[in-house]
Structure formats: structure tokens, C-alpha cells
Write a protein that binds this ligand. Structure first.
Ligand code: 8Y4
Length: 259
């Protein structure tokens, strides 16, 4: 899964059309490099990021979802917690709802069910704005697993079949670096929930803090985690560096398919 960020920090450069073209070219390059999914997000989940209205979020993601659906042979994942964005982007050709809030917003369960799309449920506590305020767990893996099981049950209650669900430990969300490393180490216990796992660690601070690297120097650390995640059975990797990660996955596949 390649990450395509469409949150505009400024409109001062080329404007909407060139931004759309640049995003499409980026998506095209990731698809050519081997991404089978492209994750499109219009709401920043960075701590302190400004709240975005549903209309503003939709105006950011809808044009790019529409263009990718028309022009590229990839599954479009929409990174959203907003019911209206789920409904409208599904209509425009999205193939997966990726919700870091695991459908906890009002109306999100019903909206996701109405689209009929598969859903990625991610673990987080609190909101992006406060999730890193002194996170504490008595039983990290048990609590993450319990949360995901509860969200799967809520999905079942609105008619979202288990077969449509992907699960995600939520690296970097309401977790210290030690929590992230420990959860990664014990990721395999989440297979008990019976659904494919998605892992998103690309360029994140768990790499930065473990290796003392700024965000621009986290590629090798990220590739080590990608290889380890595949070895631990993860089925989807959410990454910025698609070509490099695809080589890692293909190399593992070459070995695993040998006699
Ligand atoms: C550097 C690079 C520093 C990236 C921070 C970040 C996940 C996700 C995000 C994830 C799923 C991010 C939307 C945070 N992370 N969706 N989204 N899983 N399913 N931060 O781990 O990339 S955004």
C-alpha cells in the first residue's frame, strides 16, 4: 500500500490542478513500482493538526479518488473517519475504507456498512490530538487485541462481515516507542483474531527513536521492519517507499517459494 498524501499545506504554488496532476503522477509511480493499493488521505492525523470539515476533506480527496479510479489499475484505500467521505468516495471508485478511528465516529459504522467496502480497523486510544499524552497499558497486546475484537463485533452488529475486515495494531498511535517495539515483536498474537494484518511503520518515530534518525533517514530501518512484518505474517504494508519495499517482499517470496 503506497501512501499518497493530499493534505495541502499551502495553495501558494501551482494551485489545485497541478496539485492533482502531481498526486496522480505520484500514484502512478507507486503503482508502477508494485503497489496494489494506494492510500489517499485528506485529514492530517498529526498531533496539533487543524480540524478539517467534512466538506473540506471531501474536496481534497474526491478529485484524486476519481482520477485514480479512472486512470490506474489499483485499489484505492481512503484514509478517513468521516461518514460522508466514506459514502461519496465509495461511489467514485474507492475499494477500501482505512479508518484510524476504527469506525468510532457517529454514523461511521452505518456509512461503512452502506458502502459494502472492506474496512481496515486500526487500534488507537483517544484522538490524534491527545493520543501521545502519557500512554499507559497494563497489558499492551491484550488491550490492542481486545479493542480490535470489540470493533469487529460492532462491525458485525451493522452487517459488516468479518471477511471484509483488515486489522491494524496502529503503530505510533497512543503508544510510546517501547510500546511500538513490543507490539511489533508480539504482533503474531493478533493472528488469533483471524483476519489479515496491515502494518504502517514507514518513516515513523519508532524508527527515528530506535536509530536516532531524522525522518529523511529512516528508509533502512523501515525496510528492516517491513521484512520482519512479512515474516510475522503481515499481509499489507503501508509505506512511502514502494519500490524498495516491493524488492524486500519479492526477495522474501523468492526464498519462501523455493523447494
Ligand atoms: C513520518 C511518517 C512520521 C509518517 C509519521 C508518520 C497509519 C494509517 C497513518 C497506520 C493505517 C503516519 C492513515 C500516520 N498511519 N493507517 N494512517 N495504519 N491503517 N505518520 O499505521 O503515517 S498516518
Amino acid at each position: 500500500m503506497g501512501i499518497l498524501n493530499v493534505t495541502p499545506d499551502s495553495f501558494s504554488d501551482g494551485g489545485r490542478f497541478s496539485q492533482l496532476d502531481a498526486a496522480l503522477r505520484h500514484a502512478e509511480a507507486m503503482a508502477a513500482a508494485g503497489a496494489t493499493l494506494i492510500d489517499v488521505g485528506g485529514e492530517s492525523t498529526r498531533p496539533g493538526a487543524r480540524m478539517v470539515s467534512p466538506l473540506e476533506e471531501l474536496e481534497r480527496v474526491a478529485p484524486i479518488v476519481e482520477r485514480i479510479a479512472r486512470e490506474l489499475d489499483v485499489i484505492i484505500s481512503v484514509d478517513t473517519s468521516t461518514p460522508a467521505v466514506m459514502r461519496e468516495t465509495a461511489r467514485l471508485g474507492a475499494g477500501l475504507i482505512n479508518d484510524v478511528r476504527a469506525l468510532r465516529r457517529d454514523g461511521a459504522l452505518d456509512a461503512a456498512a452502506a458502502t459494502g467496502l472492506p474496512v481496515c480497523l486500526m487500534h488507537m486510544r483517544g484522538e490524534p490530538g491527545n493520543m501521545q499524552d502519557n500512554p499507559h497499558y497494563e497489558d499492551l497486546v491484550g488491550e490492542v487485541s481486545g479493542f480490535l475484537a470489540e470493533r469487529m463485533a460492532q462491525c458485525a452488529a451493522v452487517g459488516i462481515a468479518a471477511q471484509k475486515i483488515i486489522l491494524d495494531p496502529g503503530f505510533g498511535f497512543a503508544k510510546t516507542v517501547q510500546h511500538n517495539l513490543s507490539l511489533f515483536k508480539h504482533m503474531e498474537s493478533l493472528h488469533l483474531l483471524g483476519r489479515p494484518l496491515l502494518v504502517g511503520v514507514s518513516r515513523k518515530s519508532m524508527i527515528g527513536l530506535a536509530l536516532n534518525r531524522p525522518v529523511g533517514e529512516r528508509l533502512y530501518g523501515g525496510l528492516a521492519l517491513a521484512a520482519l512484518a512479512v515474516t510475522k505474517g503481515a499481509r499489507i504494508l503501508r509505506v512511502h517507499d514502494v519500490a524498495e519495499t516491493v524488492d524486500v517482499v519479492r526477495m522474501i517470496t523468492a526464498v519462501e517459494s523455493a523447494e
